[in-house]
Design a protein around this ligand. Sequence first.
Ligand SMILES: Cc1cc2nc3c(=O)[nH]c(=O)nc-3n(C[C@H](O)[C@H](O)[C@H](O)COP(=O)(O)O)c2cc1C
Ligand code: SF4
Length: 601
Amino acid sequence: MYDEIFKPINIGNLTSENRVIFPPISTNFGGEDGHLSDLFMRHYERRAQGGVGVLIIENSCVSYPEGKHGAYEPRIDSWEFAEDWEKLTKRMKKYDSLLSVELTHEGWKKKDVDFLSKEKIEEIISDYATAAEIACKSGFDMVEVQGAHGLLINQFLSPLTNNRKDLWGDRTRFAIEIRKEIAKRCGWDFPVTIRLAVDDFKEGGITLEEGKRIATVLQDYYDMIQADIGLGPKELRLEPMAFEQGWRAYLAEKIRPLKVPVVAVGMIREPQVAVNILRTKADMIVLGRTLIADPDWLIKVRDGRIKEIRRCIGCSECIKARHDEDTRIRCGANPEVGREIEIKEAEEKKRVAIIGGGPGGLEAARIAAMRGHEVHLFYDEFGGTLNLAALPPGKDKIKWLIEYYSKELKKYANLEMHNKKAIKGDVETLNPDVVIMATGSKPFLPCPPIRNFVYLYDEVLRGEVKFEGKSIVVGGGGLVGCETANLLAEKNKVIIIEMLPEVAQGMETLSRKYLLKELRKKGVRILTNTRLVDVAREKLIVERDGEQRFIEADALIAAFGLRPFVPFRLDDVPMHIIGDAKSVRNIYSAISEGFEIARTL
Ligand SMILES: Cc1cc2nc3c(=O)[nH]c(=O)nc-3n(C[C@H](O)[C@H](O)[C@H](O)COP(=O)(O)O)c2cc1C
Ligand code: SF4
């Protein structure tokens, strides 16, 4: 069924064993000094173990410090770093993946390229070639140049940022000269591929029609072309969860046919989607976050174990770490990212009671069972809060995580499921050696629970209460409040009141931007710095800037916040509280803590 994925393909004079590329994904696992770390190498080894056809190491700096892109970007600008790269390629040699590295110069985002002198341009071209030479001599099979995402080559390609009147005003020239200089140093048989902005998604920038023209010119120089996005909005190339799978594969389709392989990228998560793209739109596909969440994706597809795939849910935790915090990446679905450790069988087998079937409890159960403990998992709803989190518009990918655990936990005979709310007596009777409390949180209600007027947000999300054509106030503009408002606004007039100066605080920037845009589109009014003072039927009193006012409404939906919930404790039994039961946060924290505690039991 999935044969298309496993067909070999030539890239220059090399052959990729399958059609999958792991793209550059900055990890921040290196050092601030541009050197690589052991974790960095283990992370990539783990991806290569999964049998990916081409593995491209994250963006690496060709001109230091001016072209640096991110605090922990690896450096490939000087021979001083060649030893690190050689160490990496040696470790990767035992895998079949073709090994590449992305050569990046950030450029000058606030300026056009027009200010660069001819000499400076030639110097940068030489920097790219030096970097390629370091890669080639260090044992890489090929290199990729970053010609998209608004970085330097893209800046030369785009009419928005290149208005030069000299020869460099021929916008493909810079990319061509880089390729020629690399060939001079490494030979034409050392393949060079390009991640190309075929559409800037910005008025006045590269249109797809022009992108096709650029790709047609560059096919004479580059050995593979990936159809990517240019200077435009970042959320289009680091898509939030709501985007449809493979939505931008049409970019690859539109620049085909070329005489070199054309690659599609963006939100390709499931093998059937991958196959459909390979049948009609592209020669190869990029699986980025897909392989972060599950490095064994290809092995599972090859072996027909599709339901065992841990699909990337698009939670953007990796993007938050990399782009908002400039810290090491982490994954909301795969707690091994950033750890890359082997799970070892427990030396002393214990009886482990896990209370709660949300993400933290499920992950703890998976790891504890894998390590051979006798595991008892108590839950009243399998998946816990994941079930609720998957209900607002555009959030259904969260269900994938429930499906994953549901399949995964069935593998273990030493794991007993107790589909019931755990009461203290049940757990005591079990006489466990250790208890993991993963009971999540409960909503907090700072106003009287007036019947038929005040409702909890979860009643709305679950469809237990329905509204149409009503005026509704959502109390609390955190993530939960905003997403509940997003659902309600499909059929009602909605106002969000939030005490803080901003709503949806703490969300990853691009996903937040997307959610706020959705709310705006649906006409949701947002009142920040606004405190609920009193509630009477159909009337709320709120205070803003010291002034009180009434808001008339048909209902108040309480999404004021959540409080950790720990239903009981056992005397004399060690207990670990994880996830929201410890402190209210998100899926990543719950899964990560479940993993960590179960790994060390
Ligand atoms: C955390 C993170 C870091 C990324 N770093 C890079 C990078 O170093 N260079 C690059 O060209 N693209 C980078 N990207 C973009 C990815 O290579 C890829 O194009 C994008 O994630 C879309 O593909 P996907 O949906 O398969 O993940 C990054 C993406 C993420 C999520
Ligand atoms: S952190 Fe979230 S978006 Fe990133 S790879 Fe993991 S599941 Fe996907």
